[in-house]
Design a protein around this ligand. Sequence first.
Ligand SMILES: Nc1nc2c(ncn2[C@@H]2O[C@H](COP(=O)(O)OP(=O)(O)OP(=O)(O)O)[C@@H](O)[C@H]2O)c(=O)[nH]1
Ligand SMILES: [Mg+2]
Length: 306
Amino acid sequence: MDAAKPEFKAGYCAIVGVPNAGKSTLMNALLGTKLSIVSRKPQTTRKQVLGIFSSDSEQIIFLDTPGIMPRPTTLLHKAMLAEVSKSFADADVVLVLAEANQPFERALPKEWKDYLKVAGNKPIVLALSKTDLIKNKKDLLPLLQHYGEQPEFKEIVPLSSTKRYNLKELVTTLRKYLPGSQPFYDTDQLSDKNNRFFVGELIRETVFHKFRDEIPYSTEVEIREFKERTKGKWFVNAEIIVERDSQKSILIGKSGTALKTLGERARKEIERFLEQPVYLELHVRTKKDWRNSKPALKELGYNASS
Ligand SMILES: Nc1nc2c(ncn2[C@@H]2O[C@H](COP(=O)(O)OP(=O)(O)OP(=O)(O)O)[C@@H](O)[C@H]2O)c(=O)[nH]1
Ligand SMILES: [Mg+2]
C-alpha cells in the first residue's frame, strides 16, 4: 500500500434533527446535486433518502431522515418516526442538525435530546446549520459553547449549506468515525432509490411549494406508470392523493387550471432530474384520512406496523 495514501473508509451517517433544520439541503450540498426535496415548510421529507458521497479516500452513505418531533400525532408521523429509527440503527455515526438562528429550545428541544438516546453508543456529531443567517460571526461563540457543554456530542461543526461553508470540514470530521472499509456502492452511484421514487418526490415537492395550509401535509404521490423510452419522451402517470374532496377541488382548481400549472412545474423539475423530456399525466384522488389508515400507509410504502 502507498504509505502517503490515507486508508479508505466507508460507512453510514444518519442526518437527524427537528423539522426544517436543513437536513435535505445539507445532503444535497454534500452530494453536489439536488436529490432530496426541500421546502420552507416543516416535515417535507417523509421517507429515508439515501445519498452516496464518494471521494478518493472515503464513501459516506448519508441517510436523510424526516424531521420529526418525537411525539407522533398521526399514523403517518409514527411511520416517519420508524424511518428515523431505522436510520439510527443503520448508522456508524449520527449527525444532528441544530439551526444556528433559532433559540436552543427550538433548535434542539429537550425531548429530541432524550430521543437521541436511541443512538446508544454510536458517536454523535452536532452540526450547527444555517450559520449564514448569523450576521456577526462573534454571535456563534455562545452557541458553540452551549452545545460544546452537552456531553452527548463528540464534535461540533458550524456550517452553511447554501454558502457551502465548512462542508469539507464536516466530511473530515465524519470520516474519523467510519470504519476502514472498501466502498459499499459504485463510486458514481448517488442513491439506492430509483427514478420512480424521485419523480414522485418532485411532484410532492411542487405541491409543497404551490399550496398552503393542510394541503401539502395531506398529499401523497403514487406513480402508476413509468416508461423509459429509447425514442421519444418518457411517460409518467402519477396520482396525487389527498384526504378530502375539498382538497381535491383546490388541487384541480377552476377548469383544471391549478392542476395544469402544478403539472407544468413538476414536469420541468422531473426533466431536469432525469435529463430527459417527459410526458407527465396527473390525476387527483381522495383516499379518506390516509394519514391515519394502516392499509393506505402500507400501500404507499410506509412502515405502518407499529
Ligand atoms: N439560509 C439558509 N437556509 C437554509 C440552509 N439550509 C437549509 N435552508 C433552508 O431551510 C429550509 C428547510 O430546508 P430543508 O433542507 O427542507 O430542511 P429539512 O431539515 O430537510 O426539513 P424536513 O424534511 O421538513 O425535516 C429551506 O427553506 C432551505 O432553503 C442554509 O444553510 N442557509
Ligand atoms: Mg428534509
